[in-house]
Design a protein. Structure first.
Length: 202
């Protein structure tokens, strides 16, 4: 039995949240909840400019891994204590509230389906393990690389390398909306500029 206050807290956490304890004991294994979590994030990062399938696959992996990890009661308390996660979730609540005023219910349901990550992702990300800075950098670099590949595809279409015919320059973004793609390019430039001092130190 624990003999002091701090040991009592550790004992209580281990007893209540066994899945995390098991994950800690198995941390040397390649296949564990944390690595699956990172794999899901990498799929989403790569899929944002390239593939909706990769985004959906990454989200499903994150959700299933989050549920399998257990400790849902503790995760819920962690989520409700995170103000930023709650604010992000409110964006989905706004769309739900708009269903009471929409004239096209079917289109509203489709819109909720698209916006579902606004509800799920803040819940999963805010209650999952903290990502080390080095891994976080790799996730961002995967995103930047995917944007670069998507840009090469768009340039190829613009130059007529492919058989895809476009009538407007905005149509060279064939994977995602051209506005979203433009924002991703701007974000990638910002990310590269942010990590430039870090790369100079290496």
């Amino acid at each position: 039995m624990p003999c002091n206050r701090y040991e009592s807290i550790v004992y209580l956490l281990i007893s209540y949240h066994k899945p995390y304890c098991l994950n800690f004991l198995n941390k040397n294994k390649f296949i564990n909840h944390f690595n699956i979590y990172i794999a899901g994030l990498l799929l989403i990062a790569a899929g944002m400019p390239l593939s909706r399938f990769l985004i959906s696959a990454g989200q499903i992996i994150l959700i299933l891994n989050w549920l399998a990890e257990g400790g849902l009661a503790l995760k819920w308390r962690t989520f409700t204590a995170n103000k930023l996660a709650l604010v992000l979730t409110l964006f989905f609540a706004v769309h739900v509230f708009g269903m009471f005023y929409t004239e096209d219910v079917w289109q509203g349901i489709q819109n909720l389906k698209i916006k579902l990550p606004l509800l799920v992702m803040p819940l999963v990300l805010s209650t999952s393990s903290k990502i080390p800075p080095k891994l976080f950098k790799w996730i961002l670099m995967v995103f930047v690389s995917a944007v670069f590949i998507a840009s090469l595809i768009s340039i190829g279409i613009y130059m007529g390398v492919t058989n895809i015919k476009v009538h407007d320059n905005r149509e060279i973004s064939i994977i995602i909306c051209n506005i979203r793609f433009s924002l991703m390019i701007a974000l990638s430039v910002f990310i590269l500029n942010y990590f430039k001092p870090y790369q100079q130190k290496l």
